[in-house]
Design a protein around this ligand. Structure first.
Ligand SMILES: Cc1cc2nc3c(=O)[nH]c(=O)nc-3n(C[C@H](O)[C@H](O)[C@H](O)COP(=O)(O)O)c2cc1C
Length: 471
């Protein structure tokens, strides 16, 4: 019997950051690269248009408050090579990008520990209005001491506790987005001179351990209310958090052996919480270098490799793990029993990927020098599509979070070569679906979170009168 199960659609987000070096240090010197234009609005609007031409699902913009000061004990090394330093606020260019596109989604990173929920909730509602419902939020909790100190903490809050605080933050913003206004509260009745019906708008009272809110939400309901929720919890506590809240989950690792168990475990956890595990979409970080022929793609890779900066890759890795690699011998084997309060999974991934291999610091740096911690798929359109399909089969992810060697050329190449090939194979949408970002993911009529999501518990019908959410 032939297998008639429809093959799942492969989705693609572009992965970027408002900084000179995201995941390919040194490549900003390449003549085809426009990274240094990250301070101009045109860079972002051009990028958004390129992505929409390539039918990318969303542009996902990473962010942190870290000043990358682990390597060498100072931010000097990171600043010198532009290793995710400096960096601009990822939110500000979004409304300009929305103006020049119609369908592209925007995943914006914001830390749930570093800004009070009230102003953040309003900013996201504003963007959800201005983009007509194309906003997503990548929920992060910060993993660097420099970021924690920047916002007034004395030290980095312990790993699992950061997720506990984020859980409470989400309760507060869910209440604001979902519970404060009824859908029909803004009546806009010209005849009777009534803008809104106060009886349909209620204050949120959240008295928590970490956050206090007592106010009505200042924004009227936006198309999605709660933005599409992205998260990247990889640790046990992180997966529990993601299984509860996330609709889209980012994973990264150098091989399917790292990713597949995380995907399976998180889907299991979501099912145990009453959510449909297939509705959680996993995006795996990867870089694609593609050309009209395999030779052309390999020549590109060789050319790019002449610009890489392995030391800067180590600077980034030091920031993620909290380990100062500047003091390590480049040819020394890495001890994977090292644990840091930072991004613990980043380092472990390399030992899980290949348990028998002994990685040296130099190898780790070179491996991460193009596109970061994911695989690099190289070849003709057919070859790259084969590699992506095999990766998706082996990991059960739903798509890629596409990193680049050069920007925006890497994204444009993907749209030119790989998307038509995946479409030919029935693995990529022929065109965008109408509606909000959530509707494009889940179908018409699904602009809002489903009743099985914890945010639904904050809707007006779920409680009566004033919303009170004491923690
Ligand atoms: C593709 C991807 C993108 C991420 N982007 C960010 C980011 O922009 N800012 C940030 O602080 N952390 C980011 N992270 C880190 C995650 O939020 C998370 O801390 C990490 O995956 C480790 O999981 P854990 O916190 O459960 O240990 C990202 C992780 C991945 C895999």
């Amino acid at each position: 019997m032939p297998n008639t199960t429809p093959r799942k659609e492969i989705r693609v987000n572009a992965f970027a950051m408002a900084t000179p070096v995201h995941h390919s240090p040194g490549l900003w010197r390449h003549p085809d690269d426009r990274s240094l234009a990250y301070t101009s609005l045109e860079y972002w609007t051009d990028l958004a248009q390129i992505l929409e031409r390539g039918k990318f699902d969303a542009l996902f913009i990473a962010d942190s408050m870290a000043s990358n000061d682990v390597y060498g004990g100072s931010y000097h090394a990171a600043l010198k090579v532009g290793a995710q330093l400096p960096k601009l606020d990822p939110i500000v260019a979004v409304s300009a990008m929305a103006r020049v596109t119609t369908h592209l989604g925007f995943g914006i990173t914001s830390n749930a520990l570093y800004e009070p929920p009230y102003p953040f909730a309003r900013r996201m509602s504003t963007l959800d209005h201005l983009t007509k419902g194309r906003i997503g939020w990548n929920i992060v909790t910060g993993h660097t001491t420099s970021g924690a100190r920047a916002v007034g903490e004395k030290a980095l809050t312990p790993h699992d506790q950061r997720y506990d605080i984020a859980d409470e933050y989400l309760d507060a913003v869910y209440a604001l987005w979902e519970g404060s206004w009824d859908d029909d509260a803004a009546v806009r009745d010209r005849e009777h001179l009534v803008f809104a019906d106060p009886a349909k708008i209620r204050p949120i009272v959240h008295r928590g351990q970490h956050f206090q809110v007592e106010a009505i939400h200042l924004a009227e309901p936006s198309p999605q209310r709660t933005p599409v929720l992205f998260q990247a919890g990889a640790s046990t506590r992180g997966r529990a958090f993601a299984a509860r809240h996330a609709e889209c989950i980012f994973v990264s690792g150098p091989s399917p052996t790292v990713i597949a168990p995380v995907v399976a475990d998180t889907r299991r956890r979501a099912a145990a919480l009453g959510r449909d595990p297939r509705e959680i979409l996993f995006f795996s970080m990867a870089t694609v270098i593609v050309g009209a022929t395999e030779d052309e793609a390999r020549a590109k890779l060789e050319d790019y490799r002449r610009y890489i900066n392995p030391e800067a890759a180590l600077i980034l890795f030091s920031g993620w793990t909290g380990i100062d690699f500047s003091t390590w011998d480049l040819d020394a084997p890495i001890r994977f029993d090292d644990r840091a309060q930072g991004l613990v999974s980043a380092l472990e991934a390399f030992s899980i990927a290949d348990p028998d291999r002994v990685w040296t610091v130099r190898e780790l740096a070179e491996h991460n020098a193009i596109g970061g911690r994911g695989p690099v798929f190289v070849g003709s359109a057919e070859q790259v599509a084969d590699q992506i399909e095999a990766w998706v089969e082996a990991t059960d992810v739903d798509g890629l979070n596409l990193s680049y060697a050069v920007t925006p050329g890497g994204f444009a190449d993907f749209g030119t070569y790989v998307v038509p090939e995946l479409q030919r194979r029935g693995r990529f949408k022929a065109d965008y679906a109408p509606g909000t970002l959530r509707e494009k993911i889940y179908g018409a009529g699904r602009a809002r979170l489903p009743d099985t999501h914890p945010a639904a518990g904050f809707r007006p019908g779920a409680t009566d009168g004033v919303q009170r959410h004491a923690v």
